[in-house]
Design a protein around this ligand. Structure first.
Ligand SMILES: Cc1cc2nc3c(=O)[nH]c(=O)nc-3n(C[C@H](O)[C@H](O)[C@H](O)COP(=O)(O)OP(=O)(O)OC[C@H]3O[C@@H](n4cnc5c(N)ncnc54)[C@H](O)[C@@H]3O)c2cc1C
Length: 292
């Protein structure tokens, strides 16, 4: 592995990506790396850049569909503790890009800091959430973000402050290769009340999405404030199947991969939903799911 000389301890070849995704689908990555420090990450990124090797990031895999044939190049996974640190100073919480969003939410709530609890139940990492400005009806992660440190495709580290950060509905200006960490400015509150609020929101969220035992992902943006799930339901598509992939009975904006499903069947089901929703409602749905 000349390309990654000296980094063999963190790089694996031909690693199946399915276990890293919520769909549990897709082929292998040509190279897969779990760096343990920012320096190792930077070396991996720089070598790939110099050799024109494509690089992708995978966080919690809750918003990614990997093709059945897998992907060429390097997939980075920030699973090491160095990328998952969470620190609290006054009303600011700083968290690594690889930290689980759920851990950041529970730390904030424990410290009596309000805001992020609105996002309870959104799976994945801080990096994934910032990349797509994840959120719920109560708000999105962007509204609390004051600073983000990123690594470019050339391996340089940059910091974005509030004035160079832009967030819109499920969109973010943070499109550099790696989101290393971010600082959230939260509201002082009462830890007990925030915990109660978080628990209530979690119960509501759980009742509106597929069961945690299912291999599933959310698929479309809500177009112009309309609920994508309602449009799909109106088009009579609940339960529709292509191969072993089906539209969730519980929330029509989710696709469930039954045993034996392929990524191709998910891609075809997405195309079918888009076409039928457009035919019946005139609305063009756009995926939030990152299809690699
Ligand atoms: C059951 C369920 C419920 C969901 N509910 C919601 C919801 O209420 N609201 C909502 O907005 N979404 C929801 N989602 C979608 C998903 O959870 C979010 O989009 C989540 O923020 C994705 O985070 P992740 O770490 O899993 O990202 P991944 O799926 O791993 O990656 C998504 C994208 O982010 C990029 N990325 C990941 N980490 C980094 C990083 N450190 N630096 C740079 N780029 C990175 C990836 O390259 C990819 O392009 C739901 C999904 C599921 C399965």
């Amino acid at each position: 592995m000349e390309l990654f000389d000296g980094l063999e301890h963190v790089v694996r070849e031909n690693e199946s990506l399915a276990p890293y995704t919520w769909f549990r689908l897709g082929g292998a990555a040509q190279y897969f790396a779990e760096p343990t420090t920012v320096d190792e990450l930077s070396l991996l990124v720089q070598r790939s850049y110099e050799h024109d090797v494509p690089v992708r990031l995978i966080g919690g895999g809750s918003n990614v569909l990997v093709p059945d044939a897998g992907v060429e190049g390097l997939v980075l996974h920030l699973s090491a503790p160095a990328f998952a640190e969470i620190g609290v100073t006054d009303n600011q919480v700083t968290a690594g890009g690889g930290a689980k969003l759920s851990h950041v939410i529970s730390t904030s709530v424990r410290e009596g800091l309000g805001g992020l609890e609105q996002m309870v139940g959104v799976p994945g990492t801080v990096g994934g959430a910032l990349h797509g400005n994840a959120g719920t009806q109560g708000g999105d992660i962007g509204q609390w973000t004051r600073r983000a440190r990123v690594m470019t495709r050339a391996g340089e580290i940059r910091t974005h402050e509030t004035d160079s950060l832009n967030f819109a509905y499920r969109r973010s200006s943070l499109d550099e290769l790696v989101i290393l960490d971010a600082t959230f400015e939260l509201e002082q509150g009462d830890s007990k009340q925030l915990t109660k609020r978080m628990q209530t929101l979690w119960i509501i969220k759980k009742s509106k999405q597929p069961k945690t035992t299912e291999n599933t992902c959310a698929v479309f943006r809500d177009p112009g404030g309309v609920d994508a799930a309602s449009l799909i339901e109106q088009a009579g598509l609940k339960g529709t199947e292509v191969g072993q992939a089906s539209v969730s009975e519980r929330n029509a904006n989710f696709i469930v991969a039954q045993p034996g499903a392929t990524s191709q069947s998910v891609v075809e089901l997405i195309a079918k939903i888009k076409a039928q929703v457009f035919d019946r409602t005139g609305v063009e749905l756009e995926p939030t799911l990152n299809i690699w």
